[in-house]
Design a protein around this ligand. Sequence first.
Ligand code: 3H9
Length: 707
Amino acid sequence: MSELVQLTKQDGVAVITINNPPVNALSPGVPEGISEAVRQVAEDGAVQAAVLVGGGRTFVAGADIKEFEKLTSGTRSRGAGLLPLLLQIEDCRKPIVMAVHGTAFGGGLELAMAGHYRVAAPGAQLGQPEVKLGIIPGAAGTQRLPRLIGVAKAVEMCAEGNPVKAEEALRLGLIDRIIDGDFLAGAVRFAREMVGRATVKTRERNDKLATPGDGAPIFAAAREAARKKQRGLMAPLAAIDAVEASTKRSFEEGCREEQKLFLDCLHSDQSKALIHVFFGEREVAKIPDVPKDTPTIPVARAAVVGAGTMGGGIAMVLANAGIPVLLKETDQAALDGGLAKIRKNYANSVERGRFTPAFVKERLELIEPTVSYDGFEKADMVIEAVFEGMALKKEVFRELDRVCKAGAILASNTSTLNIDEIASATSRPDFVIGTHFFSPANVMRLLEVVRGQKTAKQVIATTMQLSKKLGKIGVLVGNCRGFVGNRMFHPYVRESVFLVEEGATVEAVDKALYDFGMAMGPLAVGDLAGLDVGWRIRKEYRHLEKPGIRQAMAGDRLCELGRYGQKTGAGWYKYDANRKAVPDPEVTELVRKWATEAGISQRRISADEIVDRCLYALVNEGARILEEGYALRAVDIDIIYLNGYGFPSYRGGPMWFADSVGLPKVYNRVLEFHRQHGVLWEPAPLLKRLADEGKRFSDYKTVGAAA
Ligand code: 3H9
């Protein structure tokens, strides 16, 4: 038998254990090992039933995702796949009980469904998350799941990819029992109870399958939801087609249809991008010079300075993770305002069913409002979220340095300011770090963790670990202006404004980028965030601008007219009372006038040009950041854009997108823009080099440690 699968016997019950840490993926050798074990069970007269269980922390978390790349690149052949093994299990005449703890995901759930019975540990999760990787279940999951739980729930699970917990799985009929106490002993006891009972084959059950007529409205609704909620993604629609096949065809024909759809998805660019994202999200946690075993500081108590939108959101995030937090404002009125906003946000979450009232009550009790620094001496970590201004930030850090205990981490939520300069206001720059949350902080998953020149490794390790505890994805970046995300966003937005000045309508620019897959167009984002924010900063730094370089002016001119965006009812768009954007012909007229005055000639601009101008500006700046070492890897930039800027996941992030277009093509287009628009389009040296060498951004490793 394979080393990855063991067989032991307990009084007439065989226990088949899969041991392929960390998640018991179905890597080469595992299916073969299971097959051999099932053969032995069938042949061994002393065995009356079997339990199949995962060793370690989980059942089987799915097919081995690393193998997919080998399959699509042709470095590994598909072999017979899992289907014959699942038939072999189902055809065994002795009851085989699948014992699920941890997760039974993807191929893991497909394996479990081929068993005659399923038991689970409390809290275990079962799901078909393949769509999140741009594929669909490929081992009869779309055919067995509806037979076990009915079409409506099966299509939801396969198309949305979200798992169910054991308790719901029991209600749905996906499992037969929840085992409290000693899991393996309970599963073996269950198997013994099943000896002599029918070995029910899931594939032969049709009692829960809808007729094509009954199923039609379910599938129509699922398609509509997928087009809306998973815009641009192919796999959910393919998953729905595959589940629908279960209602129209025999099991065998349904499996053939599923295979075809599975392979189409597996070979798609979307799947390659989403698999890149899966591994990327894990890669960003790995920091070359901060090894996994770097000691961390326990963060048992925290404090936040500033109860504005960001500070309040950050306090909620800490409280949601069970960390007691002091929330400080300068005066009672501001504090009350901040708290009212927090309560309103929580009330909205209860309304939407995200939190229970009891959960919210507990979390609110963890947030202790204050107008003084009393109690700060107990905090293990303080996050400053006061108004964005260097003098004020330094004053706060000077004070924090005075009141906080030695060993406490002092973090700043600045989105633009120099973290080393902030740190210089303290006597402990090694304990200062940037934690750049994105708005709304309690919703957005991204956390840019900004490493200062002197930030200690344990402070970095602690902050990265904390980001995971807070449900965020932490990405380490270096201390440059705008850090990674906003530094790249600047040329992206600049180009969108230039395009409007050159004759594209506001709607055309936003639509082209929305159709590309961005969650919102850049101009609509500006209206949402407030056009005055950038305008004020630009006014402050105008004296630093190099003469002769074109500056985007239309946004600033709108601000001069009091059009700050949604909050003033007008910006690039007009807004009705419900903040719904309406195109405003007056803006088109105004911009035309301003452009004429500035000597900019207007012309028709295609959607392709809009996308190229905006995205390649993003990519070109990303290449500079990478070469300068402010991001550790191209994938770090991708993860930032996917989680903080609404970049479409199925395009893998801006750097992956550029790689998939091909860097020579991207470089040539950047050169073309350089010729047309001048110095702002100077190609990044790294882009040129990689394009010349026929390489990709993902091949490039920085020497910098994002410092
Ligand atoms: C599928 O099954 C298709 C089928 O229909 C069959 C078709 C024929 N493969 O996430 P973690 C690695 S598609 C390979 O940090 P956690 C992961 O990269 C699959 N590797 O732990 C990481 O490596 P490293 C459907 C995998 O406790 C390490 O394991 N299944 C796989 O936070 C630990 O992972 C899924 O989509 C895998 N399948 O979360 C499930 N899974 O340490 C994907 C994990 O080197 N997996 N690794 O960075 C998950 O959702 C989470 O990993 C899980 C554990 C919840 C299981």
